[in-house]
Design a protein around this ligand. Structure first.
Ligand code: ZN
Ligand code: ZN
Ligand code: FE
Length: 752
């Protein structure tokens, strides 16, 4: 006989781990106990030595699907004669190191019960079990127990309680367990707040309203969605105008995989992403049969699609339904999740509200991914992913990294674990900024992290930087593009130097210019700027980002001076009369900062080709350029690569050739494709030169411009063909949503 104490840290709470251990102990006839503590679970088992060995092996081999065993430690104890195995109550220990599970999509068992009219949870919109249901969004603190969730106010009925207490039941200690008799309920309201009287018919009513063209605000897991029929041109158009969202594509939810396959091509990898337990929005390629309203994703070869993930979605969407499901907010504001707030903010947008009474403790947006080379490439990391940590290759001090400005997230670290916040949004918005501060405090409490220092972006005007300055902690300023590259390195556990290609719109450069087309030789501690894109001026400063025609104007002015007026191209014909004033001011450097941003170059070309002169969402000009390039055969245009230190990529020859061909009447779509190919070739050419200088063959790609999949996929192919090993983001987004991870690891290594 032997007795062992086993401590397991990781995601072991709220995933059916205790019943699993309970059943395992019975199988091997062991006595003892299991309990949830703040670090994870604590187990003591007693029995024959060979049975104990088999027990320990079975723990890792048979663990429940959602469990993540981060650390297992085993110690021997004195035998004390336990025959029974029991599940004890949780203890709240001093150090809270338990991991919190992300929210999990409704599992197959629960879907089956929900569809079975003999089941007591037939059509119950809050059905869940230990393998599925809300987690992060309802948890107030750890250990994860019902009183620490927003289910605390719901008293379980006797039937639910029996399930909850029965270790052989799949709802054993399922904290959000509930049913028609005791759990939360939905209620349909009109936009004046008047409830729809017959609550047994409200889902049928909601479906009818959507079929008739109404816009419904639906409370879900992490916030409110705005929903309408994606095939109803009028409804989708109305949603766009009420939400003040002109061109940015909407995501949709399909009622079944078959419905999605009818609209889009779905690879095996994409199918796995669509129907797994995370259920992000997946960007898919539209099929010729695509038949949704033209306003869903205008001019776009791709469509953001998700499958139902909360029980309510299964109840509302028929198998062939496709609904627009966009986050419940007006542009730029955070997603609504509080009922009163939602009613006020969304009443001018939604015709009806389908609301439930289970509070959402933390808002969490839908995540967005796309497939790149057979694997998931994240564009927005939120629901289903957070708050699972990103594992670092070595432990670092506890750091708060405050991130950037747009699409912001922050990061808190603890040992080898990096907790990246969900997508928060653009901090310039006051409501978003406040939710950012609140969320930092929530994360600090949830993971019991008291940061030893704060890392921030060097840009003095970023609100996240200003916030960092207010904290009484040692501070580490991190260069924006170094942080981007370090984020990819951290994901892949790279400690050696890499060639980092950081392409984004703008980031603060230590020389006072705006960087964003950077080739860095970097490790975590340091970087050298080995190359960059040639600077161009942004006439009008920030205005040039909203109005890309200013960039194209500057490029033409550099090449042709005032003679640009004689160019026979649509772009020049459409220039406002003020163009001469603008170029004169810019030439004198008046409100015209220098910028090397790759994003700005894409903007300039997009404007020159007359594709997009002014934007109504971030990155639009570059997106329109990519959309226009898709599927076109591409010629290679000239460019210059200097031998200076740092090396400089000059696209003036490219621009001149684009102008030449435009004057000859070449189709702008062909030129958009040619520009992409030229960018790819020039980028890899630069990498080859830097590799020759340094002997480094590992290349890491990061920055928002790498959301351009045409550019990304062509670059990966060419890097591979040229003998390089590439590293791209697989866990955090390439845009500024991944920045904080890089800041944290850099600060951690500097601290050493
Ligand atoms: Zn379930
Ligand atoms: Zn019940
Ligand atoms: Fe950036």
């Amino acid at each position: 006989m032997k007795r062992l104490k086993i401590n397991i840290a990781g995601i072991v709470q709220g995933v059916g781990f205790r019943p699993f251990i309970y059943n395992l102990a019975h199988r091997f006839a062991l006595g003892g106990y299991i309990l949830n503590n703040a670090a994870g679970v604590e187990i003591e088992v007693e029995g024959q030595a060979d049975k104990l060995d088999a027990f320990i092996q079975a723990i890792t081999r048979e663990a429940p699907p959602l469990a993540v065993l981060a650390e297992v430690s085993i110690a021997s104890l004195a035998v004390c004669g336990d025959r029974e195995f029991v599940i004890k109550n949780s203890t709240g220990a001093i150090v809270k190191t338990a991991l919190v599970s992300p929210d999990v999509a409704t599992c197959g068992d629960c879907q089956r019960e929900m569809a079975d009219y003999t089941d007591r949870r037939y059509h119950y919109p809050f059905i869940n079990c230990t393998n599925c249901g809300p987690r992060y969004s309802i948890i107030q603190e750890v250990p994860y127990d019902r009183p620490a969730t927003t289910m605390a106010d719901f008293m379980m009925c006797s039937d639910c309680r029996v399930e909850y207490n029965d270790p052989n039941n799949r709802r054993f200690h399922a904290q959000p367990n509930a049913c028609h008799d005791c759990g939360p309920v939905y209620q349909l309201f009109d936009h004046t707040g008047r409830p729809f009287p017959d609550d047994t018919e409200q889902f049928t009513m909601t479906k009818q309203l959507v079929a008739d063209g109404a816009i419904i605000a639906i409370k879900g897991i992490g916030g409110y969605h705005l929903a309408c029929d994606a095939r109803n041109e009028q409804a989708v158009k109305q949603l766009r105008s009420r939400k003040i969202r002109e061109d940015k594509p909407f995501a949709v939810m399909g009622g079944s995989l078959a419905a999605v396959r009818h609209l889009c091509f779905v690879s095996e990898a994409e199918q796995a992403m669509l129907s797994g337990s995370i259920r992000p929005i997946v960007l898919l390629t539209k099929r010729p049969e695509y038949d949704l309203a033209s306003h869903v994703a205008p001019r776009n070869p791709w469509l953001g699609v998700m499958l139902p993930y909360a029980p309510i979605h299964w109840l509302l969407l028929a198998a062939d339904d496709v609904w627009v499901m966009t986050s419940g907010n007006t542009s730029d504001e955070p997603i609504a999740y509080d009922d009163q707030d939602a009613l006020e903010r969304l009443k001018g947008i939604a015709d009806y509200f389908l609301v439930h009474n289970r509070p959402i403790y933390q808002r969490v947006d839908d995540s967005v991914v796309r497939e790149v080379r057979g694997q998931s490439y994240p564009l927005r990391r939120s629901r289903g992913f957070v708050p699972a940590p990103i594992l670092l290759s070595s432990a670092i001090p506890s750091i708060l990294a405050t991130g950037g400005e747009l699409k912001n997230t922050f990061c808190l670290t603890r040992g080898k674990q990096a907790f990246l916040s969900p997508h928060v949004g653009d901090l310039e918005n006051a409501a978003t900024y406040n939710s950012y501060i609140d969320l930092i405090h929530h994360f600090e409490k949830l993971f019991d992290i008291r940061p030893e220092m704060v890392a921030y972006d060097l840009h003095p005007e970023y609100l996240a930087t200003k916030y960092a300055q207010t904290l009484a902690l040692p501070k580490v300023g991190v260069q924006h593009h170094h942080a981007h590259i370090a984020a990819v390195m951290a994901e892949h556990g790279l400690a050696e130097k890499v060639i980092g290609v950081a392409f984004d719109g703008t980031g603060y450069g230590p020389d006072g210019a705006l960087w964003g087309g950077e080739f860095l030789v970097a490790d975590y501690a340091n970087y050298v700027r080995a190359g960059h894109l040639r600077y161009l001026r942004l006439p009008g400063g920030a205005k040039a980002i909203q109005e890309p025609w200013r960039l194209a104007l500057w490029m033409l002015f550099e090449l042709y001076g005032k003679d640009l007026a004689n160019l026979a191209i649509p772009f020049v014909r459409n220039l406002p009369a003020s163009w001469e004033l603008i170029t004169t001011a810019a030439a004198q450097g008046l409100n015209a900062p220098l910028a090397s941003g790759a994003g700005r170059l894409f903007d300039a070309v997009s404007a020159l080709l007359n594709l997009c002169q002014c934007i109504n969402y971030e990155g639009q000009a570059a997106v329109e350029l990519e959309l226009s390039a898709v599927g076109q055969t591409a010629q290679l245009l000239p460019y210059d690569l200097s031998d200076s230190k740092p090396r400089c990529l000059d696209f003036r020859p490219t621009f001149a050739e684009l102008v030449n061909q435009l004057q000859k009447g070449v189709n702008p779509a062909l030129l958009a494709a040619a520009f992409h190919r030229t960018m790819v070739t020039a980028t890899v050419d630069m990498v080859r030169h830097i590799s020759r200088d340094t002997g480094i063959t590992k290349v890491a790609l990061s920055g928002g411009v790498w959301q351009n999949s045409t550019l990304l996929i062509q670059t990966l192919s060419l890097l591979e063909k040229s003998g390089f090993t590439y590293y791209i983001h697989r866990q955090v987004p390439p845009n500024d949503g991944g920045l904080a991870l890089g800041q944290a690891v850099i600060a951690g290594h500097r601290f050493r």
